[in-house]
Design a protein around this ligand. Structure first.
Ligand SMILES: *[C@@H]1O[C@H](CO)[C@@H](O)[C@H](O)[C@H]1NC(C)=O
Ligand SMILES: [Zn+2]
Length: 531
């Protein structure tokens, strides 16, 4: 957003982001590659010890200050302020409904992956009917389960879904990855990246200094300077991220003629969806073959299921996580979840929505939400959930325009659609992007898809062959779909409250050192789109 209508007190220094990034690459690698239960448990636990636990007190202060700022802006609390761009009185209910649409598919996937993990680690670690231990899913926050694909693969030895080896072999560079993405946008008759983008962006980790590597895209609001910052590594995962970030830039480019107040997405979720929509085409074996990253495309049911499983381990597993992050924060900001329950409320959501459990019992001495970047960095998160829903709606609409999807034609399923080189699809997407936030999002949605609502049924449509396969497979193995437990995952033990009640004046909120309190405009947060 190029105009700063809203002021915010930002309490910085909650968690030195450099600590986060430095620790992360090692830990991320262990989480991804280790199959040693004890090692994974140790790393999972110690990361939370070093990060979340340390920011709990800071976060307490932060919530008060954030709410104070929200009130000054006319909102009840910061959670309400975050929902403002969605222009809906029923937003929370709508999100709950979307999640309700998705839960049956997620539960089938959950039951299947739990069986595979049980076969890998043994029933003493992964029980038949319980939640999945959070540290076994290949990701520090269990938010995306791609890294357990090799454990969960339905048909061993069929098709390669990860083209990283080919990229390395063909001497791909970060620059080449960005050019490939730019070429895709161009093929749709969308705007190519301007010269400033190529000269000013940081697309590789600088050798001489430390930077925050979390990928982001920036609109400098002068109509010509748009940049990405990404420590790109030559992997397929990063190729997808390149498209994601460039999607933000494309949006900036398309709405740059709008008055400043409208230079933002129809809603924040739309902004996150643009690049991902293209990536849904890019990831298809057909497209990867077209750009020379796959030699042969296996076109049979088993290869199809493998492909969809890989997509599901990214997209479907993220949905509950994307949904719960702000569910937790909305209730924290509103005070519905008191500070003494913060961590256990977190684990309630993690258990109920994701069906996972911590590898060791948690308490209110811990602060596990704080171990996830977006919480101390204070980046709203429901936008990613929204994005994962609407990107499939957009994809479907564009695929139909491109003549790549026909619900009546079994030879053209949605998951095989590639909109590459379709100017019909590109022009339709461009029409949506050009609007910026000048119309309410349901209007923009209707212009592209014909419907005014967010609708998760398109995700079910996309994954239909996989869902059917999962139901059969779970039935065949007599798997319990869902989860239950008697275990206490989190106890209310915690530090004793020194004082109760709200402080009576602003001065008691402010710690002595000037180091701790930075007061500034929301500029940075509003301008950037982080990952
Ligand atoms: C490409 O987009 C421009 C507007 O941005 C439009 O005028 C032109 O007709 C489009 N080309 C095709 C082939 O659709
Ligand atoms: Zn993003």
């Amino acid at each position: 957003m190029c105009s700063t209508l809203i002021l915010l007190f930002l309490y910085n220094n909650l968690l030195d982001p450099l600590i986060t990034t430095r620790l992360q690459s090692d830990l991320t690698r262990i989480l991804r590659t280790s199959r040693d239960y004890g090692e994974l448990q140790h790393v999972w636990k110690m990361w939370r010890h070093a990060s979340g636990r340390r920011v709990r007190d800071h976060y307490k202060l932060f919530v008060r200050l954030a709410n104070k700022a929200a009130k000054l802006n006319g909102f009840d609390n910061m959670g309400d302020m975050w929902l403002y761009p969605y222009e809906s009185d029923t937003f929370r209910e709508d999100m709950e409904e979307l999640w309700g649409q998705l839960r049956p598919l997620y539960q089938q996937l959950h039951a299947y992956v739990r069986r595979k993990l049980r076969e890998q680690y043994g029933e003493q670690y992964v029980s038949k009917r319980g939640p999945i231990p959070a540290h076994l899913l290949g990701n520090m926050w269990s938010q995306s389960w791609n890294e357990v694909y090799s454990i969960a693969i339905p048909y061993q030895g069929k098709s390669h879904v990860d083209v990283t080896p080919q990229m390395v072999q063909q001497n791909y560079t970060p620059r080449k990855m960005f050019e490939l993405s730019d070429e895709f946008f161009g093929s749709l008759n969308l705007t190519k990246m301007p010269p400033e983008f190529w000269t000013e962006s940081i697309i590789e980790k600088p050798k001489e200094r430390d930077i925050i590597c979390h990928a982001s895209a920036w609109d400098f609001c002068n109509g010509k300077d748009f940049r990405v910052k990404q420590c790109t590594v030559v992997t397929m995962k990063d190729l997808i991220t390149v498209h994601h970030e460039m999607g933000h830039i494309e949006y900036y480019l398309q709405y740059k003629h709008q008055p400043e107040v409208f230079r933002t997405g129809s809603n924040p979720g739309f902004h996150e969806a643009v690049g991902d929509v293209l990536a849904l085409s890019v990831a298809t074996p057909k497209h990867l073959a077209k750009v020379g990253l796959l030699d042969e495309v296996h076109d049979d049911d088993e290869a199809d299921i493998n492909f969809l499983m890989n997509m599901a381990l990214d997209k479907i597993t993220f949905l509950p996580f994307g949904y719960l992050m702000d569910n937790w924060r909305w209730d924290v900001f509103s005070g519905k979840t008191p500070e003494k329950d913060w961590n256990c409320a977190w684990w309630n959501l993690r258990y109920n929505i994701q069906g996972i459990k911590p590898p060791v019992q948690r308490s209110e001495f811990d602060f596990d939400p704080g171990a996830k970047y977006h919480i101390p960095a204070n980046v709203p998160y429901i936008r990613y959930f929204v994005s994962y829903v609407v990107q499939f709606q957009f994809h479907k609409a564009l695929c139909m325009k491109a003549g790549q999807y026909d619900p009546q034609d079994p030879s053209k399923p949605l998951h095989k659609c590639d909109i590459y080189q379709s100017t019909e699809a590109g022009n339709a997407l461009g029409d949506l992007l050009k609007l910026g936030s000048s119309v309410k999002w349901p209007e923009a949605m209707a212009a592209l898809t014909g419907g005014r609502r967010m609708d998760a049924s398109v995700i079910r449509e996309y994954f239909k062959p996989l869902e059917t396969w999962l139901m059969n497979d779970n039935q065949k193995h007599g798997e319990f779909v869902g989860w239950e437990t008697d275990e206490v995952l989190c106890t209310s033990d915690g530090p004793r409250e020194a004082a109760t009640g709200e402080p009576s004046s602003a001065t008691t909120l402010v710690p002595a050192g000037p180091l701790y309190l930075l007061l500034f405009l929301l500029m940075g947060l509003l301008l950037s789109h982080r990952s």
